[in-house]
Design a protein around this ligand. Structure first.
Ligand code: ZN
Length: 373
């Protein structure tokens, strides 16, 4: 089998070490030193990778570990479905679509070495590494996220009991009478995408219109025409984008909550309520950084911890600082922490037994295909 690992500098030696320890990846470890061709142009990068693969092939069962950058990174992406990127919890790559990407998230501090060694064992070891509680729960939350067709993107959540079993799921979606959300194929399905517009957009427009109407009435601004409302909303969007936090600011989150979509966290809590399952003392896993609206509900539901994957949650808003914390050593508050480990996008690939993986020969053929194209 062959893997291409895109590894950050400081993780590289740990993975290589693990490869050596297991004996399976000796060829791979030898290749590590020669693999740093970051900054080379595309042709050089192809040549370097080609050489690496040839050496791998001669050693039989080989593994390629690359510290990829520049053209090589693009090349590795083109070669397909075997790219694993090791990132820490503050990586910008986690900001969007974290669940879809083949990322392995390590902590910023002390646990890092052990975590990377575990990834090494998963890839090169002869034992059988299975998911952690966190990985299992986040994968379930991700599965729930996939049923969402909300305009703002799918988010999923899973409630987990004291031993790690998933006891309830939730997704960000329009509520349906009778409980939960519409399912695909429901006769009266009225989700936003079927309506063809996002009702939140309408409410946003009306809110800004009312504000402009009030300021205009006081002689402080222009009349609330469609054009001025549009300009204010565009400016608002631009400012949100400029600070680089997307939906992270309070004003943006307040606007976002004006629609009818039930957020995944609340959806999961309501799944518990519908079924008479306690939420107190349970953990919540979410495929996105939690918003303020959800946080207060999770606190009120008595949950013991919130684990998220996505835009780093730096600190609770001031008005929730009495009940929410990012510091796990602070007692008496809901701890919010970033997910670590095998992300949902990589879960099936790493934990499916006997899953076939591309051979060195196959990657060589793909590379030659690229060269002749
Ligand atoms: Zn929310």
């Amino acid at each position: 089998m062959a893997y291409i690992l895109v590894v950050e500098d400081d993780h590289l030696s740990l993975v290589a070490e693990e490869a050596l320890n297991t004996g399976l990846g000796r060829a791979a470890a030898r290749l590590v030193a020669g693999a740093d061709v970051g900054g080379a142009d595309a042709i050089l990068a192809r040549r370097a990778l080609s050489t690496l693969l040839d050496v791998c092939d001669r050693h039989g069962d080989g593994v390629v570990i690359l510290q990829a950058a520049g053209p090589l990174e693009q090349l590795v992406e083109m070669l397909g479905d075997i790219v694993i990127t090791i990132v820490d919890g503050r990586s910008p790559q986690l900001a969007t679509g974290a669940g879809d990407q083949a990322l392995f998230v390590v902590s910023a501090e002390t646990e890092r070495a052990a975590q990377v060694s575990r990834l090494g064992r998963m890839l090169f070891g002869e034992g059988r590494e299975t998911p952690t509680r966190d990985e299992y729960a986040m994968f379930a939350a991700y599965g729930a996220a996939l049923r969402s067709a909300a305009f703002r993107g799918g988010v999923g959540a899973a409630v987990v009991d004291e031993v790690g079993e998933v006891i309830a799921l939730g997704a960000a979606e329009v509520p349906a009478f009778g409980g939960g959300h519409y399912w695909c194929g429901d006769p009266h399905d009225a989700r936003d995408w079927l309506l063809g517009y996002d009702p939140a957009t309408q409410v946003r427009h009306l809110t800004v219109q009312a504000l402009l109407g009030a300021t205009h009435g006081l002689g402080l601004g222009p009349p609330p025409t469609d054009e001025t409302v549009g300009k204010v909303l565009a400016e608002f969007q631009r400012r949100e984008g400029a600070v680089g936090v997307g939906l992270g600011t309070q004003a943006a989150q307040t606007f976002e909550s004006l629609g009818r979509v039930v957020h995944a966290e609340m959806s999961a809590v309501l799944t518990c309520a519908r079924n008479g399952v306690a939420t107190a003392g349970r953990r919540l896993y979410v495929t996105s950084s939690p918003c303020r609206q959800c946080l207060r509900h999770v606190v009120a539901a008595g949950m013991s911890e919130l684990v998220y994957i996505g835009v780093p949650f730096k600190a609770p808003p001031e008005f929730l600082a009495d009940s929410v914390t990012t510091d796990p050593t602070v007692p008496g508050r809901l701890p919010v922490r970033a997910f670590e480990g095998v992300t949902p996008g990589l879960y099936a690939r790493l934990f499916t037994r006997g899953l076939s993986k591309p051979s060195v020969r196959e990657i060589q053929l793909r590379l030659r295909g690229l060269e002749s194209a």
